[in-house]
Design a binder for this molecule. Structure first.
Ligand SMILES: Cc1ncc(COP(=O)(O)O)c(C=O)c1O
Length: 452
């Protein structure tokens, strides 16, 4: 037998958790009230107001896989800056390199030797030979889209329903009741995104083929698996079809590895043998210092280079960023790739991801909940569904915001931070088995209380 969640019980428990949070976090509340005087909604960015408690925890300091808040409480950080700190906080080799480079010059508009080293290492990991650097994965995607449009002279891109690739105008689009349109919450869209974008469901090869048949799509921008609406894995043969169809229709394939870097040192591209034309990745590459990059094949690089050379200047053409490719980012990236996100670190992290998934699965079975766990490498999360969603639309429909808030706040009140917006946990090189087991224990207690 499986339990339907008793909502009355859950809401009673949630009230208790809210009270506990407020008792435990007086200093965070004080700072939140103070910040409201000058920050919209009292936070540096709007999404920071969407944590499960009545206000966010303010951080005093973070080290390794843990942080301490301003009330002196310590947490195991399984959110890790939603991948930005997948390296763990402040890994020594990266901190040393950052400090040294900061003292020797942060940004110059000139290249440093680290750029060449990092380019070669990215080729070793991802297979693509040519690279450019920027500050965020959003920018990597924006610039790549521009290049794909430029060299194909095609107007549109294609994305999968409920994808997320950063705050990229062309991608903030979903299908509702079969009709594509601006995604709910799309702020001030410059144009109706259906003018720029075709959108189909992940794993729907027929819809993909029909959309590409218009031959107006410059590139498909895809994560190897959807990760931002929960983990939605590709079905067998989906990536082969995606690659074959994009080639058949003269459309470039851009693989965004920003989250799926969790699959291993070369992301899912290497782990699953993908063969993209462009690859984008950001977030943890420089241990939390803003840094991102986009790579391309030799054929794409040749066309891109020829296109760029045909322009009178590349300075004001929409691909840029004064601080892009700065010396500090590149020094941090080099140290991170050389010493932190190493092949052996990934082996440990992935084993911890398995351990976390096993712990949660055991509790789900023990308490007879109709839930399940999905995992890619060192990233794992639980779904409130008995079978995994196969499309972004299914995944969005399975969202249970109220229940997720409860499970998150329950964990937070017991010293464990999960990633907001989905039920995700990430392992860093600094994470320990004991920290993973601490979550399993708390999850088991939560499930016991929820099911009575
Ligand atoms: C797959 C993917 N690509 C790109 C981005 C954008 O990253 P950033 O916000 O660092 O620009 C995100 C952010 O969550 C992401 O999940």
């Amino acid at each position: 037998m499986t339990h339907d969640i008793d909502r009355t019980r859950m809401r009673d428990l949630m009230r208790r958790e809210f009270d506990r949070f407020e008792q435990d976090h007086p200093r965070s509340r004080e700072l939140f009230e103070r910040a409201k005087a000058n920050l919209l909604a009292g936070v540096p960015m709007p999404w920071m107001s969407e944590w499960a408690g009545p206000y966010p925890v303010f951080v005093a300091e973070a080290r390794g896989a843990r942080f301490i808040d301003v009330d002196g409480r310590e947490y195991v950080d399984l959110c890790l800056g939603d991948t930005g700190s997948m390296t763990g906080h402040g890994p020594k080799e990266a901190v040393d390199a950052i400090a040294e480079q900061a003292a020797r010059g942060i940004t110059l508009m000139l290249p440093t030797e680290d750029a060449a080293w990092v380019g070669a290492e990215l080729q070793r990991r991802f297979g693509l030979p040519f690279w450019q650097f920027c500050l965020t994965a959003t920018d990597a995607n924006r610039f790549t889209i521009r290049l794909a449009r430029a060299i194909t002279a095609r107007p549109k891109i294609l994305v999968f329903n409920y994808c997320y690739h950063g705050s990229v105008d062309e991608t903030i689009v979903t299908i509702e009741d079969g009709v594509p349109g601006a995604r709910v919450g799309n702020v001030g869209a410059p144009v109706d995104p259906t003018e720029t974008t075709r959108v189909v469901e992940f794993n729907d090869v027929d819809a993909l083929e029909a959309a590409l048949a218009h031959e107006d799509v410059a590139c498909v921008l895809a994560e190897p698996a959807l990760t931002n609406i929960g983990i939605v894995l590709p079905e067998p043969g989906f990536h082969d079809a995606l690659r074959t169809l994009t080639r058949e229709h003269g459309t470039y394939l851009v693989i965004d590895e920003t989250h799926t870097i969790c699959a291993g040192p070369g992301g899912a591209t290497r782990a699953w043998g993908l063969d993209p034309d462009f690859l984008t990745v950001g977030k943890p590459l420089a241990s939390g210092v803003p840094a991102a990059c986009y790579g391309m094949t030799a054929q794409v690089a040749e066309r891109t280079d020829a296109f760029m050379r045909s322009m009178p200047t590349t300075d004001v053409g929409g691909i840029g960023g004064t601080l892009s490719g700065n010396a500090l980012s590149l020094a941090a990236m080099r140290a991170t790739l050389e010493h932190v996100l190493t092949d052996s670190a990934f082996e440990r992290m992935i084993a911890l991801g398995e351990r976390w998934a096993d712990g949660v699965s055991a509790a789900i079975r023990e308490h007879d909940l109709p839930w399940e766990v999905q995992r890619i490498g060192c990233r794992a999360e639980y779904w409130f569904t008995p079978t995994p969603p196969r499309t972004g639309g299914d995944a969005a429909a399975a969202d249970d915001h109220e229940l997720a808030r409860f499970t998150h706040l329950y964990a937070l009140n017991r010293g464990i931070l999960l990633t907001p917006f989905h039920n995700m946990a990430l392992m860093s090189p600094a994470t320990t088995e004991a920290e993973v087991d601490a979550h399993s224990t708390v999850f088991d207690e939560m499930a016991a209380e929820l099911t009575g």
